[in-house]
Design a protein around this ligand. Sequence first.
Ligand code: AMP
Length: 397
Amino acid sequence: MSGFHTLDSADLKGKRVLVRVDLNVPMENGHVSDATRIDRILPTLREIISKGGKAILLSHFGRPKNGPDDANSLKPVAGVLAQHLGRPVAFAPDCVGKAADSAIQHMANGDVLLLENTRFHKGEEKNDPALVQQMAALGDLYVNDAFSSAHRAHASTEGLAHKMPAYAGRTMQAEIEALSKALEKPARPVGAVVGGAKISSKLELLGNLTKKVDFLIIGGGMANTFLAAQGKKVGKSLCENDLLDTAREIMKNAAANKCQIVLPTDAVVAKEFKAHAHSHVVSVDHVGDDEMILDAGPRSVAEVEAVLTAIKTLVWNGPFGAFEIEPFDAATNAVARTAARLTVEGKLLSVAGGGDTVSALNHAGVAEQFTYVSTAGGAFLEWLEGKHLPGVEALRA
Ligand code: AMP
């Protein structure tokens, strides 16, 4: 990967390797409920182990406010990581100082040690040089494999990269490569699906995409605001009436940039927001006053699928409808399956990301068939917004 040092060029044997990972995994009743993030770091850890490095893991966990507390300890995660890795993972009750130092002294080549939550120190989120210095003293080189934390300039995500030889881990590398192919040097035409609830949370993203993509396919609740901005009646649908001018502005900018906005032309409407509510399909010109749009209709799906067959690159964030409740998952499922099929056939490069998007693609059963699915939430969205991510920038060679 040009522009970044990767593990290909790292001399790891016998080295103390500080690895920034994202072990901020969801927990339910003290158990890890989704181990995706753990599995994502395994390639980097296995490579460090097999090359004889000592893997010393740094991660944040939750949002502790006043120093150490049991509820935000990474200790329970060490055992789960060990199971997934298939070898022991030691734990040190602090990420700097004597506790960390002595645990590291006991490491043999190929050992793995997890240090306690970096956010137990106030200096982490302040990117405090004193904390950076203390962390840097523990290792010989730094590997960042936490793309999902790269939008934050914290001590362990950014500061450290300036203090020691810095490398992108394998997951970080895959993420940067996938996102570069999707937005920086994409095969054209390129299309973006932006769905989800509201425009307000995705204003910058929409603004950036109208400059970069040839087709901007808008779905979900946010499409209602665009339809309303075109003078259509959207009944009781989710709609941000204070953003109609903003929606018009986005459409104007898109036209100026030769970006075609694709909006739904029909919709699945219901009178209640609940699973299996009585629903029917209407043209977006005929939504009743007491109805809400909860999904895109079959004609809209066909129109989106026609765009997918015309483009070479797809970026996807956000569902087409209220996909968590049946049958309002139909459009998201159908379009996701078509994108997956085109990807498998080698006709489309597809990159998706953002919290709800990953669960929507998992729900459709096709996440594995996309070219790349990012598990990063905020970092993925900031990348789509065109922002530089401090944790990525700091790794540039
Ligand atoms: P976001 O986090 O912005 O990607 O929004 C995802 C959420 O948008 C999901 O929980 C969906 O249920 C919701 N959503 C999508 N379309 C609609 C709609 N037409 N009406 C209400 N909620 C929707």
